[in-house]
Design a protein around this ligand. Sequence first.
Ligand SMILES: [Zn+2]
Ligand SMILES: [Zn+2]
Length: 101
Amino acid sequence: EADGAAAAEAKPLTPEEEALRRNTDCVYFLASPLTCKKGNQCDFRHSEGARMNPRDCYYWLNGNCLNPKCSFRHPVILIFLYFPSLFTIRPLVISASNWHQ
Ligand SMILES: [Zn+2]
Ligand SMILES: [Zn+2]
């Protein structure tokens, strides 16, 4: 059975982690709004503004943008570095090329 998924679900996120995840761009939505099947149920951010905007959010990269309507990108890599536990839920393929400095 899906023991990996069950183990991940046994450990709930803290409200802080939850908020950060909700403000991280959904990589599926960024590819195309139709690619993410979860729609409003998605755990990650769906921002049409950010989808059209290739620039990363400066504040997000510094760990202090929690504006769900922010129209700059909130790449998932940041949350991965700060909260690696989030990625036990669903591993994502991340391109860090434009963030790595
Ligand atoms: Zn999504
Ligand atoms: Zn932002």
